[in-house]
Design a protein around this ligand. Sequence first.
Ligand SMILES: Cc1ncc(COP(=O)(O)O)c(C=O)c1O
Length: 405
Amino acid sequence: MKSHIDELAVFGGPPLFATPRPIGQLSTPDVENYLEVLKESFDARHLTNDGPVVRKLEKKLAAFHEVSHCICLANAGLGLMMLMQLFSGGKRGEVIMPAFSYRGLPHFAQWAGQMPCFCDVDPQTHFLGVKSVEKSITERTTSILGVCNFNDPGDIDGLTRIARNHAVPVFLDSVYAVGSTYKNKILGSFTDAEVYSLHATKLLNGFEGGYITTNDDELAQKLVWQRNFTIPGLRPCTVHFESIVGINAKLNEMHAAMAILSIDMIDDIIARNFQRFDAYRRGLETISGLSLLPYSQKEKVNYQMAVVEIDDKFPLNRDQMLTLLRAEGCGISPYYSPPLHLSEHCPPGLKVSDLPTTQNLAKKYLQLPVGELVSTEDIENICQLFFFAQKWDGEISARLKRKVS
Ligand SMILES: Cc1ncc(COP(=O)(O)O)c(C=O)c1O
């Protein structure tokens, strides 16, 4: 452990971690089990294009989410794009979305021929603020995208009510809420559709991949057709919809085999996530100025992330602590900061008024290393760094400022 400020890596000392500790889940199954699942597709020489393992995965995910349809895709970003395009009916318009969220969202809107319309969020759940959404709905609105965050799914009923009142399609990015519940029912069947990722850093790991869940039979048929180039001969007879733009968004068998095994491991993964979160809770609870972003007490959650709020009582601000921890080998980022409307991800020229809650939240939080490559011992060491920073009071901050100037 460090005993003097000179030993901090940011001032030239050796880093705490020689290999960086990430913020991704990165759970992997036994490789022999993986090859065994994949063998089915090799034996059938059906390697992609709706192969046997993808079909098995779709069934398994639909059962897991208690929903009628699961449509697997090459990644979640494509799923979001496809839904935005499909809901627009081919019209150029706007997709309402939170500004305190994932940087890809405004890009996906533009690929779908839409502009983002950024709204403010609820200060507790960080889900789209229902009032902010209602004020933003215009004749240009083609859909509303709510993002369920890791800490709390948010007011899904409130959002759905507004969308229905205005006859606007509504869907969810539930990437960080996989396995979580809303009103004690597992997410997957809320709103018109939900989108999930199978990226290696997420709870369910397919190397890459994604999927959409829905109870809408017609929407499911459209998506299956859309993900496979909208080939005319495969057009479902119930689809009388001229404006669907096709794409190749199919998931291949290798990725599906990996994801299938992830589903079986999910309870164990969540249990380990809880242990890591609890280690942070125990390690940081006595330090003034720090508080972990709490998880909903009402719902089942997946404990995938540990996000700490750093306030004025702590001697270093959020960005100084980020610099210090990164130098020590923590592969971390500020949480959703800068907010999308003030970032390089905002389409040039788009005018967005102030979003006070979003702007305030974006200053506060730091993501901490989590996932299978982070041990509880690593977490104890990271918490010790916070203690160390507190003990040296203003001295680290002053020296960091001198270093910058
Ligand atoms: C909230 C959210 N939505 C969507 C995505 C996109 O997922 P994918 O990498 O599968 O395209 C991500 C990726 O990190 C995300 O964090």
